[in-house]
Design a protein around this ligand. Structure first.
Ligand code: ZN
Length: 617
């Protein structure tokens, strides 16, 4: 690990993360580039000087910032960083230091393994489209989770209040001493993705063994990473703090859903309503839930807390046409029509367009500003893309289109995931349908997605003489085929009534960015402490860069939007070793290295103690 020693050139009073500031910053930079081309020519220096002076005169850029750019085209101001944030007040600082020392002990490590392993041993699987609790015995494993938590974390259960929502949803609360501070919410989910019995042979250790391999230092089993390390980590952190005599200044709330892996319809949805009834709209200071972690990108460690989420829609495309005996078939059966429609969808993917002031663009700006080994051409294009459209397209070519994960993040995606039709080999199917799953990009909407789908198949419907109804609206009626009549009908609709608009973005600059800065500082303190990289007081600590980020999926927080604007999908997971495949999330051999899990616990302890001290939100 190379420890970088950089000092931010950003005056703390100037926040250049805002769109306006970015534009101005690059306008200035461009002028400077032009000037350097003509370096040596007196006139160009005059122009450059004049441009910068002009900027200063009209208050477009801070004088200090201009001064730093003239020395070094370091663009630290584009993805501004805060200092590491350590608990300050003497009690908290002492508790935090002691906690950190405890984390290093064999005894604590064994305790941490035991708590997580025990939780993994409960097969709390959630399945799609389950009936509510009480109507399906498969939910009962969540009851085992509750019993386990009560025994494993006795102090929490004797100090926090506990409310169960819709039988298995858990809300814990420990009221803080200062009622003027808004409570914060830590979220995790109790359920796991079911283990496909056919894959059992591929698991190194049985999925519900919770086996700890002391040689490799890895804890194995379904849920080890998603999301039981968070659940056990939050609980163990609080239990340990209580043991140390800590009592919160700021109210701490925990919310644990039980069907996150099945869209949260019974768990987080009910929890969200209950939380809003208790704390009110905007009644929570910030939420931390599962999500982004940190990893090496272009030679620099980046943490990318999720500050936005894509939307979601499952569209049902149903074709109906007359049935009959298959010995006298028409040219196309309903299944044939449906097949053509599916082909049309796949031939017309949604455009993948990078848009300014969206999270995917802001993440790239952070890579360009702080990534030590980012290729120069890409860095240049990213910087230029803040004001030049052609450069945006260049970044799409150079990076987005080459990275399948990133292009999925940027654009609205579509995947035909289910198909039904036909009942008998000698009977023409009267109906057939497919479900198209969409993840909607953050600048689009459910409506726009539906319109795109409708347009994709309208001319095809016409060419087949089929009528078309889309989302309740008649697009092609039978009269279009007068007098012969249509050959069948296509209907587009929302499949499961759970469509979701893209999430509101968590503020990360300008007004309202205090919780973001608080989280950033906490991440830095955690990262440094876990590696003994405590920085000298007052210096910027850029061993880890914190960038706005997002994931391609959703979390339980989609039901918590009303509680706060400050939602962070981040649990400080070390992504250093190969992403989802290596950690086995949603597949075989799920695992988490003990050290990664311990660092998550360090993160939660730092977050909780810092939250008691943060008075500005
Ligand atoms: Zn999860």
């Amino acid at each position: 690990m190379v420890v970088k020693d950089r000092k931010s050139q950003l005056p703390t009073s100037v926040n250049l993360g805002s769109p306006r500031a970015k534009r101005l910053a690059y306008l200035t930079l461009t002028l400077k580039s032009i000037c350097s081309l003509l370096a040596g020519l007196f006139i160009s220096l005059q122009i450059g000087h004049y441009a910068l002076e002009l900027g200063k005169r009209f208050d477009l850029v801070a004088a200090d910032t201009v001064a730093s750019w003239t020395v070094d085209v370091n663009t630290a101001g584009v993805c501004p960083q805060v200092s590491a944030l350590y608990p300050q007040n003497s009690d908290n600082a002492e508790t935090w230091t002691e906690f950190g020392e405890l984390l290093e002990t064999q005894k604590f490590k064994e305790l941490a393994i035991e708590k997580l392993s025990g939780l993994i041993q409960i097969p709390s699987e959630s399945y799609d489209n389950m009936p509510p609790p009480g109507e399906d015995p498969r939910w009962e494993t969540m009851g085992q989770v509750h019993d386990y938590l009560a025994v494993a974390f006795p102090l929490i259960h004797s100090t926090f209040s506990l409310t169960k929502i819709n039988t298995y949803g858990l809300i814990y609360e420990l009221t803080g001493s200062d009622s003027s501070l808004k409570p914060y919410l830590l979220a995790a989910h109790q359920d796991v993705v079911p283990v496909n019995p056919e894959t059992l042979d591929s698991w190194k250790y049985p999925p519900y063994s919770g086996f700890y391999d002391a040689e490799t230092g890895i804890i194995w089993g379904r849920g080890a990473s998603d999301d039981k390390a968070s659940l056990a980590g939050i609980m163990l952190t609080l239990e340990t703090l209580l043991e140390k005599g800590w009592s919160p200044k700021r109210t701490a709330v925990l919310a644990f859903g039980f069907d996150e892996e099945a869209s949260g319809i019974h768990g987080a949805k009910s929890l969200g309503k209950a939380l809003e009834e208790t704390y009110g709209q905007d009644g929570i200071a910030f939420i931390v839930d599962e999500g982004g972690g940190f990893k090496d990108v272009y030679g620099t460690i980046f943490a990318t807390p999720g500050v936005a989420e894509k939307g979601h829609a499952d569209i049902k495309v149903e074709v109906t046409s007359p049935g009959g005996h298959s010995s006298i078939p028409p040219t196309h059966t309903t299944i044939g029509y449906l097949a053509s429609i599916i082909v049309a969808f796949e031939k017309n993917p949604f455009p993948v367009e990078l848009v300014r002031n969206t999270v995917p663009h802001d993440t790239l700006l952070c890579y360009a500003s702080h990534g030590d080994a980012i290729p120069h051409s890409l860095k240049h294009a990213i910087f230029q893309s803040t004001y030049r459209d052609a450069a945006l397209r260049e970044v799409e070519d150079l990076f987005v289109s080459k990275d399948h994960w990133y292009s999925s993040l940027v654009g609205t995606t579509q995947a035909v995931d289910m198909v039904f039709g036909g009942v008998k080999a000698n009977a023409l199917p009267e109906s057939a349908y497919a479900i198209v799953n969409h993840r909607i990009n953050t600048v689009s909407s459910v409506n726009e997605t539906a319109t795109h789908d409708t347009q994709t198949i309208t001319s095809l419907a016409r060419s087949f003489n089929l009528t078309l109804k889309a989302f309740g609206e008649e697009i092609i009626s039978d009269s279009a085929y007068f007098p012969s009549g249509s050959k069948g009908h296509i209907e587009l609709s929302q499949a499961f009534d759970h469509e979701l608009e893209p999430a509101p973005r968590t503020p990360t600059f300008d007004k309202g960015s205090k919780p973001w800065e608080f989280l950033s500082g906490t991440i830095k303190a955690t990262y440094n402490a876990h590696r003994n990289l405590r920085v000298i007081e007052g210096e910027e600590s850029n061993n880890i860069i914190v960038s706005p980020g997002m994931s391609t999926g959703n979390t339980d927080t989609k039901y918590y939007w009303n509680l706060t604007r400050h939602i962070f999908r981040y649990n400080h997971k070390n992504g250093a070793y190969g992403g989802d495949i290596a950690t086995g999330v949603h597949t075989v051999n799920e695992n988490i290295p003990l050290d990664h899990y311990l660092e998550m616990i360090r993160f939660f302890s730092t977050l909780i103690l810092n939250a008691d001290e943060a008075a500005s939100f």
